[in-house]
Design a protein around this ligand. Structure first.
Ligand code: GLN
Length: 547
């Protein structure tokens, strides 16, 4: 029987609950315990795949093709594991399943209610993950903040679990924020007391409280939270803001959280924690390194969470080369208005990540043109590959018209077109080409050199692809198809022959990068970028998000 740890959030959203859960996974795994994780999202969408990145941030794709919350990316990176669709549960999925059962007649004669029907469906998802993952510890993060209307059924379900499977098998952890008042120069505990009261009102008494704060937390504050929230003092864990998210497992471990969980859940199989590799990683991260300037050209740059995994993958690759990632956020619409040189002149490498819709496309094409003509290393991810092909085709065919039919359905040169299997698809949710597909690499290519393998599996999320009608023309002009589907039908990776490093892929390698194992394409992209010296390099532009 696995043990369950349920993590709720108090006071405000975005306190870093996802990273905290991921870090708890790291410290448990460091004791040789097997861990799996699940995120409960209270919204009514079936998955975040249909949401704008501005609403939701990045959509993380699992290898089995689920479109999920970006926290799953943090879980995978921190626990170094590969999760499945079982790890993200939304209210939309729960209600759809309950209603489908009702229509089928599973509850004939009954009135369908939140308790017990919805809560039972939720608990079945916990058990399904436990059975399929066979993990010893299941970490479950309840999205949103305690008190949200739509989160109530999830809280009720986690409350019932303690009765269902016994006190010793369930732990409740509450992650909260201690706001700082500048006028009186103190951290305040009242919002935490209120959110714990809210939890108790529905029958959940937290066992552990993790206190996020931008300032050091004095002992007197811990005492106060312990007293008012009825949690042992050693179970009030301070978590001050740090410069790197990868430090958090170390901070939680030093605060005694790992041992506390082991004791409270009676995890007798737990070994002594070994975080030496993690510690080494953090030490390297904190050592000052020479910068490498990378321009990220996208249209969602106002919200850096839209590119969470891309940013992390770049960090991992920069660390591999002992460089500090200096990310220059470039809004692709700004590139349409302003000259490329003013925005890209300090970039040693240019990355164009995924995206949907026509807005900002021409700016991305300009960025690809700038990279090609100035011999700046370029990495295109999904849309970034399509943009590279469009730009190259315009150059080769000496016409401004080559395009993707996503942006110009009537283009005479549809170099990017719908996948044949997508032509009949009308519904938007979960209907893209999703998840892992094999890709055969061309021997001697930059891609094959990066991977050091001939067959790789990578995660996809797209409807459009390279149009084979243009394969020969573009190949003759120097486009190399360095990755193909094993049947040769789909172009998965392409690169330019006469360029130092211009490589693009139709998949999303960013999802597979780990802090201690950067993705090969990211690694070689940074490797090429760090060799580039920019004349008249400017100090990095301010973060778009901070403007
Ligand atoms: N919009 C493009 C497509 O659907 C690219 C998708 C992406 O970048 N994930 O093919």
């Amino acid at each position: 029987m696995p043990k369950y740890i349920f993590v709720t959030g108090g006071v405000v959203s975005s306190v870093g609950k996802g990273i905290t859960v991921a870090s708890m996974g790291t410290i448990l795994k460091s004791r040789e315990l097997s861990v799996s994780v699940q995120k409960l999202d209270p919204y009514l969408n079936v998955d975040p795949g249909t949401m704008s990145p501005y609403q939701h941030g990045e959509v993380f794709v699992t290898q089995d093709g689920a479109e999920t919350d970006l926290d799953l990316g943090n879980y995978e990176r921190f626990i170094n594991t590969e999760l499945t669709a079982d790890s993200n549960v939304t209210s939309g999925q729960i209600y759809s399943a309950v209603i489908a059962k009702e229509r089928r007649g599973d509850f004939l004669g009954g009135t369908i209610q939140v308790v017990p029907h919805v809560t039972t469906e939720i608990k079945d998802r916990f058990k399904r993950l436990a059975q399929r993952s066979k993990a010893e510890v299941i970490l479950i993060e309840v999205g949103g903040t305690v008190g949200d209307i739509e989160g109530q059924p999830f809280l009720e379900a986690i409350r019932q679990m303690r009765n269902d499977i016994g006190r010793d098998n369930v732990l409740y952890v509450h992650v909260t924020l201690l706001p700082y008042l500048h006028s009186t120069q103190e951290l305040k505990t009242k919002p935490t007391q209120h959110s714990v009261n809210e939890l108790r009102r529905i029958g959940i008494q937290p066992d552990i409280i993790i206190c996020r704060s931008d300032f050091p937390i004095p002992e007197s504050i811990r005492d106060k939270i312990s007293l008012f929230c009825d949690v042992e003092r050693q179970a009030v864990i301070p978590l001050p803001t740090v410069s790197s998210i990868y430090e958090i497992p170390l901070i939680l471990e030093e605060a005694g959280l790992g041992q506390l969980i082991v004791d409270k859940l009676g995890l007798r199989k737990a070994k002594k924690a070994d975080l030496s590799q993690w510690r080494e990683l953090v030490e390297r991260l904190k050592t000052p390194r020479e910068p490498v300037n990378i321009a990220l050209v996208g249209k969602y740059v106002e919200l850096s969470d839209s590119y969470f995994s891309v940013r992390e993958a770049l960090c991992h690759a920069a660390l591999y080369h002992d460089r500090e990632l200096n990310l220059i956020w470039v809004h692709s619409e700004d590139l349409e208005k302003d000259g490329t040189d003013s925005l890209l002149r300090s970039a040693q490498g240019i990355i164009v990540p995924g995206g949907f819709g026509i807005r900002g496309i021409e700016g991305m094409v300009k960025a690809a043109n700038y990279a090609r003509t100035n011999e700046i290393p370029y990495l295109g991810l999904c849309l970034g590959m399509q943009v590279m092909v469009i730009e190259f085709a315009r150059h080769v065919l000496k016409s401004p018209k080559p395009n993707s039919t996503e942006f110009d359905p009537n283009t005479p040169y549809p170099v990017i077109d719908l996948l044949p299997e997508q032509k009949k698809v009308k519904a938007k949710g979960g209907t893209m080409r999703l998840g892992n597909y094999p890709c055969q690499l061309l021997p001697g290519s930059r891609a094959a050199k990066a991977y050091g393998q001939s067959l790789v599996y990578e995660r996809h999320r797209h409807r459009f692809e390279f149009n084979n009608e243009f394969r020969d023309t573009l190949e003759k002009a120097g486009l190399v198809y360095s990755g193909l589907s094993p049947d040769g039908r789909l172009v998965e990776i392409c690169e330019l022959a006469n360029h130092p490093w211009m490589v693009s892929c139709q998949f999303h390698p960013e999802f597979g990068s780990r802090p201690s194992r950067p993705h090969p394409l990211f690694r070689d992209f940074i490797g090429a970028a760090k060799e580039v010296l920019r004349e008249g390099a400017q100090p990095p532009l301010p973060l778009a998000a901070e403007k």
